[in-house]
Design a protein around this ligand. Sequence first.
Ligand code: ADP
Ligand code: MG
Length: 689
Amino acid sequence: MLDTEVRYVKGVGERLSKLMGKLGVFTVRDLLTHFPHRYEDRSRFLKIGQLRPGDAATFIGTVAHTENVRTPRSHKLLTKVAVQDGTGVVTLVWFNQHYIKPKFDKLRGREIVVYGTALYSNRGLEIVNPEWEEEDSGGDSTATGRIVPVYPLTEGLFQSTVRKAIHRALDTYLSKLGDVLPDEIMNRRDLVDVQCAYKNIHFPESQEALDAARYRLVYEELFLLQLALAMRKQNVTTAQPGIVFEIAPEYTRAFYDSLPFDFTTAQKRVVAEIHRDMSRPTAMNRLVQGDVGSGKTVVAVAAMMVAVHNGYQTAMMAPTEILAEQHYRVLSRILENLGVETALLIGSMTAKQKRLVRERVASGEVKVVVGTHALIQEDVEFKNLGFAVIDEQHRFGVLQRAALREKGWSPDVLVMTATPIPRTLALTVYGDLDLSVVDELPPGRKPIRTHWKTVDQRKSVYDGVRKLIEQGRQVYIVCPLVEESEKLQAEAATVLAERLKAEVFPDLELALIHGKMKTADKDDVMRRFRDGEIQILVATTVIEVGVDVPNACVMVVEDAERFGLAQLHQLRGRVGRGEHQSFCVLVADPKTDDGRERLEVMARTTNGFEIAEEDLRIRGPGEFYGTRQSGLPSFRIANILRDVEILEQSREDAFALVKADPNLRKPDHAELRAEVFRRFEGYELVAVS
Ligand code: ADP
Ligand code: MG
């Protein structure tokens, strides 16, 4: 019933249903879940004599007089409808709407309900373009005398049309809505029933009824999502018995001894959490979150060592070739001493090189392989992949995570992300993972100083850059973001590099890196930058993730207002990795308030979690970070910022329910289960059994 096409709803028809399709409304169910994005309280009626110019108000009056006139100068058609109620008269006014007068002619002497804002003009007290309806619409009044829903619209669709369509759909279909939530939860959380919720979310009887309806619907939306996540998690862990790794202290000791530093307390704690997972007979699925520079790579290596010593192969996947190469370099330096065969596999290697690596991986000769997406190509086979690491998970999707997992027999999977997202969001976006947080930076790091400079001040920025280079430091200059293509981006970087070389730093070693360069060339530039041969690296955002050169301590971002907060934070994370005071200079003349706000946030804090919260606040939850890639559907009513508490409640309830009834097989939960599957079909979330 609820899947009935929307054009069959009384009064909708062919033309309207096309427009509604643009809003994603195709079925009755879609229509009923086309929720208002705000409300107007028109529930308090005034007398016409009480109308105050400038205040919005609702009143009832009798149509006394109608008239069409032309405005003196512009010759517009002006329709005037006088309405009275014994306490006063007010004129309703429309411009250039020929159909208005005939309508009101028929209503003369009848009562109408009007909503609008009265103003004084030289014609007296009037309301331009009011909303109104006939008073005899009684309890079905959709636009006046109540808290009125305001819906998202599309070109050509009117508020009143949508209101009426939804009102009719509720008349016919409300009774068909069944409650899927378990009684026990309805009672515990004090939720109103589903029909009451749908009725009041659209046409609230009161503010309290609206609040209760919203709570119920938000809860349900989040609860179903958390159920899907809980079931997925349950399936991954029980349906997939994992490898039991033996954790012997001597495995890791040699590794620790080979490092030039001690682990931070946070790193030790996270390694212990990972090792504990690894020693269990179920497959690990853990997310390690840690701000840029918190030292996640070595944490991963400490876990990979255990797998290698247990005789298994391990893989580490990174989103860019530069990052994969860097990891490969770090890992092979550590692992060489320990006699572990390591290999790199990235797309831009020659076919022959790739084949050779694939053969050595398939035979089991290579114990540790680092790479990009190239690792999850079909032709890559492992002998016994037991442990997989995915770095910068936010750059990958759920499917890619699954693809890497499938390269082994139930390997343990560790995903790492430097894009800190608020815990509640993490619980949702990565809801099927366990969460570890490296919430401490290695000692001795000096907080990065961030300055926002206008374009006029560019020269002084370059002077500052020069001074630091004279002191032996190195500098990144990131060119303005060009969205269209990597090719244009590369061109922009080339132009900037040439200009800087010719006009500003002719005497310094300056090089360019961008995504369109050959791997060998990129590799060469990165090596020379790392070795200190290059003083200024002009770059596109290819250096955004992961790159680690401790002597580089200035990050200049040109036209910084074009970048998102998360991206600026990542870029800034490229400096502040060594003992020297580091600087981030954002050169920008923002044109919008949002743009200014973003730069202020950057200058104010270096705390990635705080920045993520701000990002979410400025951009709004509609497009919060990473959900598209994470493979989650967008929310219809929940607002991840506002509904944190409900998210936590629903998560607790959902995980408890799935624990008590894995896969929701109990007859009582049949409808709930069906609803979860219906809602998340095609979302990978419920792909298992
Ligand atoms: P992330 O990936 O978390 O941004 P990295 O793993 O790239 O950070 O580490 C950043 C830098 O900090 C690297 O140069 C690394 O060698 C160094 N590092 C990591 N852990 C420590 C530590 N405990 N003490 C000192 N330096 C560390
Ligand atoms: Mg990293």
